[in-house]
Ligand binder design. Sequence first.
Ligand code: NAD
Ligand code: ZN
Length: 357
Amino acid sequence: MNFRNFKMIGYVVYGRGAFNQLDEILQPQRKGTSPMVFLVDHFFEGKELANRVPARGRDQIIYVDVTNEPKTSYVDSIAQRLKDQFGTVSGIVGIGGGSALDLAKAVSLMMNNPGSSADYQGWDLVKNPGVYKVGIPTLSGTGAEVSRTTVLTGPTKKLGMNSDFTPFDQIVLDPQLTSNAPANQRFYTGMDCYIHCIESLAGTYLNEFSKSYGEKALELCREVYVNKHSWDDESDDKLMMASYAGGMSIAYSQVGVAHAVSYGISYLLGTKHGIGNCIVFDHLEEFYPEGVKEFKKMVEIHQIDIPKNICANLTDEQFNKMIDVSLGMKPLWENALGKDWEKQMNRDRLRKLYERF
Ligand code: NAD
Ligand code: ZN
């Protein structure tokens, strides 16, 4: 047995208003006149939070377009632009949802690694540590703030740069930053966390480490989405900690069927991770009966729209592409169904599942 020796994030600050400490936190990390670069989710352009970003001297604020999930070409273009303009930078600070956080991690790595980020999609391919990087989530649920990956869509695959160099050096968890999020978006991203917990806790990779985090995160999700029928500050506080704990849970286990299947949909149709997971999970009674029942209840309580019929007009070739991408996620299937997963999940069964969405 070879136990995973995993790298965690460096520093964590948690609390309402913690964002105000950012200037002080960054100060010792500034190297001469090399700028700090803030990659800020474009949602915040012109909003109050943008004025609170502690940019000094040659610092840059770049509003990142997160309409689509991050692409390797986008990461490469931001990193190249910064290298051309400054040579090197003091650090990269990502402020936003999971997409902005992933962009920040990837750009940090590409400041110190040659070639394209597409060369590093996989496990432990990154050669050099990136520049100092900070993650500041404005949506709760993905766990991107704690994970050792950054999910990127490249020319041939949708896969993370999984490495020990990927986790943030610092995260700032300020639940106030999530309070503007629209109910549907907050739900989709929050459900990413719920689904992480269900998949981790039902998986064959489960151990006491991931169980203790997964159970706590699940309890917090239930407090927010099942026991309460309206949203308040306490909900934001809880969901931010649920996201963190859910991320810690999958760090030492793995996700499962919903993620393996929704990756195929995102790759083909560009569907965002949170909403894609919801579309898929809604139909996974055969794998997660209790979780799916509770999920449907939460959808009803919070009156959320889950898109339907997104696979209605696809061609055989498109179905095959989704099936290829999904079956490529071997560790996810193994976690969900066990070592002999290939006996249980085949192209026909998966095709029938995709036809239901
Ligand atoms: P997101 O980052 O894609 O953002 C969704 C939308 O919400 C965007 O339009 C964004 O502008 C907006 N938004 C962000 N914060 C807001 C706020 N406070 N108020 C209003 N609008 C706001 O959404 P997400 O669900 O947080 O992240 C999904 C992404 O995270 C995907 O790209 C996925 O691949 C990635 N992901 C990464 C990991 C990881 O471990 N690295 C894990 C899960 C998901
Ligand atoms: Zn997820």
